[in-house]
Design a protein around this ligand. Structure first.
Ligand code: G3I
Length: 383
């Protein structure tokens, strides 16, 4: 039976936790971190106004910051790629290098070097930087999954959040604390995604991770990031309702959550729910929670024709997305998941049947701006 969207998701519900198995019950190191002190620190940071620090100091453009996610391997090998971030971005963030499994592939060793280089590049060039992600099922290192007790897993997560937050304090000022915790289809599989973290620590791993992050760096902006929050249809309605429910429950527990991240992987064959997105932004705003667009790109695998048709569909989708997004206020930033069509996950995961190249990103393979990107920049500049 489909859950009623107004039914609480029970973030941290002991019954759900017990149902997750014996290892998920009992008191944890993470649970003990949910102190009044950590909640107050987060509240104080929120009250202090968590606009992305650095705004206005080294911005290359007025208006809402535009950013791009950078990958270390192309950064090293392609000077034009590196330059494109300087030419186009107010914010530069590592795409993969701050993920848990890359930072700490083994229990014994940490690998900060690639992330350090990219964060340093952003900061040295006066750009903003944001981080992704402490908790994501897609980047959980194997060694954690082999830990036996809930206590050890919670302690490892706590150590990770603390060490990483501390290292990048003041430079990575906005963190995707948890990524993709909502089930793909909340009606049939959810409401929360079935992950290692949910099975072993229960739903409360979400507020616990936020409380840990708030305690480790009280000045950081803390974001709950997810995908499929912008389209029309009941699955998307339910995903938005689930996100709102999680945010409300965290607030009820005095756990700080400052922003919701819209990944915005825009499937061009799907219709943007302009009103639904605007309503979602307004409901979050009423809760004191802002929006940030974290992984914008365009998936044109179902669009027939060539570059002209692909770009026309992109223009329609981006314009509708911006209509909904900007209706409720100003997102903290709009970040593209890459910068040039030369390098995108979409061509690997969703190649076009006709063999033609995808056109997912702001710049084409020769670093020429797309029309939709010019529209986007114009609207961000004047919003
Ligand atoms: O860097 C190594 C390279 O040295 C090696 O030769 C090559 C062989 O496969 O792998 C390279 O690493 C790959 C890395 O991307 C390079 O950029 C990893 O195998 C591959 O798993 C990794 O994929 C990333 C994926 O997340 C998993 O972390 C994609 O780039 C990245 O676009 C994707 O991003 C996700 C977001 O985090 C969450 N939202 C969805 C989005 C798309 O799946």
């Amino acid at each position: 039976m489909a859950p009623n969207p107004s039914t609480p998701i029970a973030v941290g519900d002991p019954a759900r936790r017990a149902a997750a198995g014996p290892a998920a019950s009992g008191s944890t190191g993470i649970a003990r971190t949910l102190t009044r002190r950590s909640a107050l620190a987060g509240a104080a940071a929120l009250a202090a106004g968590l606009a992305l620090p650095g705004r206005g100091t080294a911005r290359t453009h007025a208006g809402i910051p535009f950013g791009g996610a950078v990958q270390a391997e192309h950064f090293d090998s392609d000077p034009s790629y590196r330059q494109a971030f300087l030419d186009h971005c107010d914010l530069v963030m590592p795409m993969n290098e701050l993920k848990f499994s890359l930072l700490r592939p083994n229990r014994e060793s940490w690998n900060f070097e690639p992330a350090d280089r990219l964060v340093d590049f952003a900061i040295a060039n006066g750009r903003l930087c944001r981080g992704t992600t402490h908790v994501w099922y897609g980047a959980t290192p194997d060694w954690i999954t082999r830990l036996e007790s809930e206590r050890e897993i919670a302690a490892a997560l706590g150590e990770h959040v603390e060490r990483v937050s501390d290292r990048y304090r003041g430079r990575v000022t906005d963190w995707d604390v948890c990524n993709e915790v909502i089930a793909h289809d909340p009606a049939s599989e959810g409401p929360l995604r079935d992950t290692f973290w949910l099975r072993r620590l229960g739903p409360r791993h979400i507020p616990d991770a936020f409380a840990l992050a708030a305690r480790a760096d009280p000045s950081a902006t803390l974001t709950l990031n997810d995908y499929d929050l912008e389209f029309r249809g009941s699955r998307y309605d339910l995903r938005r309702a689930t996100m709102l429910s999680i945010v409300r429950q965290m607030q009820d527990r005095n756990v700080p959550v400052h922003r919701v991240g819209l990944q915005a992987h825009l499937y061009l064959e799907k219709e943007i729910d302009v009103e639904g997105l605007a309503r979602f932004g307004a409901e979050l705003k009423a809760l004191g929670v802002g929006l940030v667009v974290t992984e914008l790109d365009l998936i044109d695998w179902q669009i027939e024709g060539g570059p002209a048709e692909q770009d026309a569909a992109a223009e329609r989708s981006v314009s509708a997305f911006l209509d909904g997004l900007l209706d409720a206020g100003r997102p903290a930033a709009v970040v593209a998941w890459g910068i040039t069509d030369r390098y995108s996950w979409i061509s690997d995961v969703m190649p076009r049947e006709d063999g033609k190249p995808e056109r997912p990103l702001p710049l084409d393979r020769d670093y020429r701006p797309k029309p939709w990107y010019e529209t986007l920049r114009r609207r961000l500049a004047t919003a």
